[in-house]
Design a protein around this ligand. Structure first.
Ligand code: ATP
Length: 425
């Protein structure tokens, strides 16, 4: 039996759908045997209804007491979900009829939910068509993520990573967290690049400890359950209640859709698109760096490295018109929010310099605006300045936003092999 749920938490009131998953993984042992690791799936990152990272959770259990399992899950959701928050609309789906057709429909739905925008009606139609037992609370939006979670559990052939999530004791929720940051640094040094995004060295931040009032103490992301467990075993801090290791689509770029031209792009979707820098990057009030991007058909759109991307903006400011690039990022309000950039080929950068005197080989002097150049000694003259090539301050290759600005779904460059990459750390 697959149990998948979503949308139980609230930004102001706390909770976290992954905590409910960890709790159920332990509690459901009373009725059967959990199979494999629970799933933490991240869905379309541009969805405005999300609390934080647009996550859903799925669990698989071998049981002969299905009704008891359902009753227990429903009771826990009703007890723990932050129903008072108007944006919390929980959904749970129980999947028991695992035939090939259901598998195909739900696996495709999973991918669509990561890349596109889905309506509550579409989710409900699939639930009806596949004859699934589901429960949607309030407007039922959580059914979208819950259904996608079932699809992820059925279709196991997707790129994945792991996250070790450690949960605080209930009485401490909402209070200041205590984790020895030096122990995080030691754990990171011992396990990077097999774990990542524990800290952001360039911006001097520990990034695996959240700041919201939810039950998570820290989360360690990495390549295998062993690596994330090893890193977690090195972290010292307050006494925790429990932990869970999730298999996840975090760090996989599953949200990105390859696009040929700007005319194919839509708001609230994420893309990989190749083209050229079409304007000199400019930084506006608030510290956001923007430039125009041109596709091969000559169409242009605005691209942005927003203020939270910190030192990544310095790289973007070094681009010049004509640079051949591939961008990875989400489109919102007709602007592409850059997550990664592949600098394929750099345009030639030149500056104007005074011409050399053909006699003495010294630089001529300007004789006034628009009046050419003259060598004072030899009296030679020239009409125009000459262009001299300037060394570019960036190299080709792939660059990414720093860990403090990373989207859950974005593949960190430490995971990309065989490419000329510049991982941010
Ligand atoms: P939580 O920890 O509660 O899961 P969250 O940050 O993951 O917090 P949610 O509170 O789950 O965000 O809110 C996201 C809502 O958007 C959910 O109801 C989910 O079903 C819905 N949703 C997810 N993906 C899509 C999509 N592609 N299109 C439309 N709605 C979506």
């Amino acid at each position: 039996m697959i149990i998948s749920f979503d949308d139980t938490d609230s930004r102001s009131l706390g909770m976290c759908t992954t905590y409910l998953g960890a709790l159920l993984m332990d509690e459901l042992k009373a009725y059967g045997k959990p199979v494999g690791l629970p799933l933490l799936i991240r869905l379309n990152p541009t969805i405005p209804f999300k609390t934080r990272g647009n996550a859903a959770v799925a669990i698989k259990i071998e049981t002969s007491e299905r009704e008891k399992v359902k009753k227990h899950v429903i009771q826990r959701i009703e007890e723990l979900a932050q129903m008072e928050d108007e944006n919390t609309n929980p959904g749970v789906v129980f999947l028991e009829n695992n035939n090939e057709e259901v598998k195909n429909v739900l696996a495709a739905f999973f991918k669509r939910t990561v890349q596109h925008v889905i309506t509550i009606r579409q989710a409900k139609e699939i639930i009806e068509k596949c004859e699934l037992d589901a429960r949607g609370y309030k407007n039922g939006r959580g059914l979208i993520g819950a259904l996608a979670g079932c699809g992820a559990m059925l279709e196991e052939k997707w790129d994945h990573t792991y996250e070790y999530l450690s949960y605080r004791q209930k009485e401490t929720w909402g209070t200041q967290r205590f984790v020895d940051e030096n122990s995080v640094i030691r754990a990171d040094d011992a396990t990077y690049p097999n774990t990542w995004d524990n800290r952001d060295i360039a911006n001097n931040l520990v990034v695996c400890i959240p700041h919201s009032p939810d039950p998570v103490l820290y989360g360690i992301r990495g390549k295998t359950p062993e690596y994330v467990s090893h890193a977690a075993s090195m972290i010292e801090g307050e006494v925790t209640e429990r932990y869970a290791i999730y298999k996840t689509n975090q760090g996989t770029d599953m949200h990105l859709i390859p696009a040929e031209s700007i005319s194919n792009l839509q708001d609230m979707e994420s893309y990989i698109i190749q083209g050229f820098v079409a304007s000199t990057p400019r930084t506006i009030e608030g510290g956001h760096t923007l430039f125009l991007f041109r596709d091969k058909e000559g169409e242009e759109m605005e691209c942005a490295a927003f203020e939270p991307t910190k030192n990544f903006r310095e790289l973007i400011r070094k681009l010049i018109p004509g640079d051949h690039i591939t961008l990875h990022g989400s489109v919102k309000n007709k602007t592409l929010n850059i997550e990664k950039i592949d600098v394929i080929e750099l345009a030639e950068k030149c500056r104007k310099v005074n011409p050399l005197c053909p006699e003495c080989k010294k630089r001529m002097k300007s004789t006034g605006k628009g009046q050419g150049y003259r060598c004072r000694r030899c009296k030679t003259q020239a009409d125009t300045a000459i262009r001299s090539k300037v060394e570019r301050e960036i190299k080709t290759g792939m660059y990414e936003v720093p860990p403090c600005a990373r989207r859950h779904l974005s593949m960190p460059l430490v995971r990309k092999r065989g490419k000329d990459t510049h991982p941010s750390r």
